[in-house]
Design a protein around this ligand. Sequence first.
Ligand SMILES: Cc1ncc(COP(=O)(O)O)c(C=O)c1O
Length: 376
Amino acid sequence: MRDNDRVTRAVGPARAVADIDLWAYAANVRALKRRIGSAQLLCVVKADAYGHGAEQCAATARAAGADWLGVAFVDEALALRAAGDRGPLLAWILNEHDDLAGAIARDVDLSISSMRELELVLDAYHAAGAPPRVHVEVDTGLSRGGVAPGDWDAVFAAVRDIDVVSVWSHLACADEPTHPANDAQRAAFERALAVAASQGVTPRLRHLANSAATLTRPDLHFDLVRVGMASYGVSPMDDNIEQFGLEPVMTVRARIAQVRTVPAGTGVSYGHHYVTDADTRLALVPLGYADGVPRAASNRAPVAIDGARRTIAGTVCMDQFVIDVGATEVEVGDDVVLFGAGGPSAEEWARVCGTIGYELTTRLGVRLARRFHGGV
Ligand SMILES: Cc1ncc(COP(=O)(O)O)c(C=O)c1O
């Protein structure tokens, strides 16, 4: 049964927590599956599931119907396998120091971006005595990873006799759905597929879309979509995620550590960049930039205390920040929601801090405990 208390539950004995609502995550995965029809869903759980807990999110995504999981690094894939994860799992950034043989032995799929990476992967398959299979990333305009267009012919010729599970690419401007780069990348992707076909390579899967394209560009779905941020209920496009039937998974909250009364004209926190304009009360929140609260949130970011909005007063410090609570009745131990259910959204925080939701959730520090609700 779903725990309806979860959004109002206080921090508990900890000074601060990131509540992770695995029911919401599972619901988001199911909603994404419905949205993409017959395409497959790869849930991106790299970077500790964007700060949400890779092990817990991986298990939840599988139970909710994800066809694949994806991570950036081989180490991340091996950590998931060590935690008991089974099922299709793709790692897409290779390094020659990676345990590629270990990954192959644990049935981790590997993507290659160059002839050199192909050689590394094929060597590892041969050493493992396993039939090789690869995913080929092609650069269609991001100019980051992916086989460069000038090398498409050679790389596809080199994988002609092995199992090519997928050919895929990554979009540069998907968060602007009408940006011409999206159509240009689609056209380039189709050219890459044609080159593959001309070399006798027919991938089982073709994929291009991330969260933004999954939500806004069904013409870019192909056979599979790779969804990260949207599955965690944060918009990839600086707008409201609820319009897509998705809900935030993470709520960051803390307990007020101290409340003091100060006169008008009091300078607050480092640099005195906030000065009280009346006699007032200041509440101290024990979270700072070491916990992932951006310093850019100083004097800008909203928080909620019992549903009422306040703005951070003055500079965010390493371990704490201050809120001017005025006449609002607050006490030590009261709950302050930074973002998530029952408070401002991560998108609002991203906007006022000049960043993106991705950076907010992935940069939460190790001191901030994750508290999981629901699951499989
Ligand atoms: C190759 C690749 N695919 C998919 C994603 C997921 O992107 P998003 O979180 O926007 O869905 C990422 C994340 O950066 C990625 O690097």
